[in-house]
Write a protein of this length. Structure first.
Length: 325
C-alpha cells in the first residue's frame, strides 16, 4: 500500500529504475541538459491541495505558491528561470470566479519572477492539483548536493521556525495576536524566494554545494551529507526573531520548529573558509539575512548539533496532510 512508503523512498525507486537508460539524470532537484556545455535547466514540482494547501490559503495564493515552490529549486542553484508550463487538475465544482482567482495567482508569480508561461494542460480532478515545469538558462558551474567538502562552512539564508509557527496557528485556527504570529502565517500563505542570492554567488564561483530547505532544515542537511558522503556539524541555529516568545507561549520546542517544519524555501549552501568573506560581502550587499550554522566534516553521513545527533526527518507529503478527505 502507498501509505506504507515515503515520498523519499518512491523517488529513490524511480531514480534507480530510470537511471539505467538516462545518463542525464542526476540526484538533485534540477535536471541539467548537457553535462559539459549544457545551458538549459529544467525542474518539475507538483502542488496537491490536501498535502500542500492549508484551508486558509486562497486559490490565488495557492496558484502563486505552486510556481514559487518550483522556482525555489532554481534559486538555490543560481539559475534564473525564464519559462514555465503548467498542468492543472481542476475540480468540476470550481466556479468561473475560482478559475479567475487561479489565473490571477499564476500572473502574480510570473510577474514576480519575470517568467513567461509557454502552455500546459488541464483536466478534471477530485482536488486542485498544479504541476509546474520551470525552464531556465545558466552559464556557470552548478552547485549540486554532491560537492560539499570537509572544511566547508555551512550557510543558510533567512530565519527558520516561522513556517512551523505559522502552520501551527493555521491548523489550530488560532487568530494571530502579535506581529510575529501575523508574519509567521504570511510566511506559509505567501512564501518568498530570492533569485539573486545564488545567482551572484555561483557567477563568482564561490559555493560548492546547495539545496533549498523546502523539506525542512534537518532533512535538507541530511541530503547534503549523504550525497556528498560527509558529516555535518552545527554550532548555531538560525532562529527567527520572536520565536523564543512564541515557543514559550504555546509550549513548543524551538529546535523542532527550526529543524523539522519545512516549507521555508530558503537556501542552504557550503563554501570554503577562504571564500567566506567574499560570500558574506555579497550577502551583506544584497541585504540578505543569513547565518553561518556550522562546518562540513569527514565521517559518517550524519548531522549533529553541538555533538548531539539530529533526527533525520522533515516535511513529507505522504505523512503530512493539511486537509481532510
Amino acid at each position: 500500500m502507498i501509505s506504507k512508503i515515503t515520498e523519499e523512498q518512491i523517488i529513490r525507486i524511480l531514480r534507480q529504475t530510470t537511471l539505467k537508460n538516462n545518463s542525464n539524470l542526476i540526484n538533485d532537484d534540477v535536471s541539467v541538459i548537457g553535462k559539459h556545455n549544457g545551458k538549459i535547466a529544467i525542474n518539475s514540482d507538483m502542488l496537491v491541495e490536501s498535502t500542500d494547501v492549508p484551508s486558509q490559503m486562497t486559490i490565488r495564493q495557492t496558484a502563486r505558491k505552486s510556481i514559487i515552490m518550483a522556482a525555489s529549486d532554481f534559486a538555490c542553484k543560481g539559475i534564473l528561470p525564464k519559462y514555465f508550463l503548467l498542468s492543472l487538475g481542476i475540480p468540476k465544482i470550481f466556479s468561473r470566479n475560482q478559475i479567475k482567482a487561479l489565473s490571477r495567482g499564476i500572473y502574480d508569480a510570473s510577474s514576480e519572477l519575470n517568467i513567461s508561461l509557454l502552455g500546459g494542460d488541464t483536466n478534471s480532478s477530485l482536488e486542485l492539483i498544479i504541476n509546474c515545469i520551470i525552464i531556465g538558462f545558466y552559464t556557470h558551474k552548478i552547485p549540486t548536493r554532491q560537492k560539499a567538502r570537509p572544511g566547508d562552512l555551512i550557510y543558510v539564508t533567512g530565519p527558520f521556525g516561522l513556517t512551523g509557527a505559522g502552520l501551527f496557528l493555521l491548523l489550530n485556527n488560532y487568530k494571530p495576536k502579535t506581529y510575529f504570529e501575523k508574519f509567521a502565517i504570511k510566511s506559509v500563505l505567501e512564501p518568498r524566494i530570492n533569485l539573486k542570492i545564488c545567482s551572484e554567488l555561483t557567477k563568482n564561483n564561490l559555493i560548492h554545494s546547495s539545496i533549498d530547505s523546502s523539506d525542512g532544515l534537518a532533512l535538507s542537511l541530511y541530503s547534503l551529507a549523504e550525497e556528498s558522503n560527509v558529516s555535518i556539524l552545527l554550532n548555531k541555529m538560525p532562529i527567527a526573531n520572536g520565536l523564543n516568545i512564541f515557543a514559550s507561549k504555546y509550549n513548543k520546542c524551538i529546535n523542532d520548529l527550526i529543524l523539522y517544519s519545512g516549507e521555508e524555501y530558503e537556501t542552504i549552501f557550503t563554501c570554503s573558509k577562504k571564500k567566506s568573506s567574499l560570500v558574506e560581502n555579497i550577502l551583506n550587499k544584497l541585504n540578505i539575512d543569513y547565518t553561518n550554522i556550522g562546518i562540513v566534516s569527514s565521517g559518517k553521513s550524519k548531522v549533529y548539533y553541538k555533538n548531539k545527533l539530529i533526527k533525520r526527518k522533515g516535511w513529507d507529503s505522504f505523512t503530512h496532510k493539511l486537509k481532510s478527505g
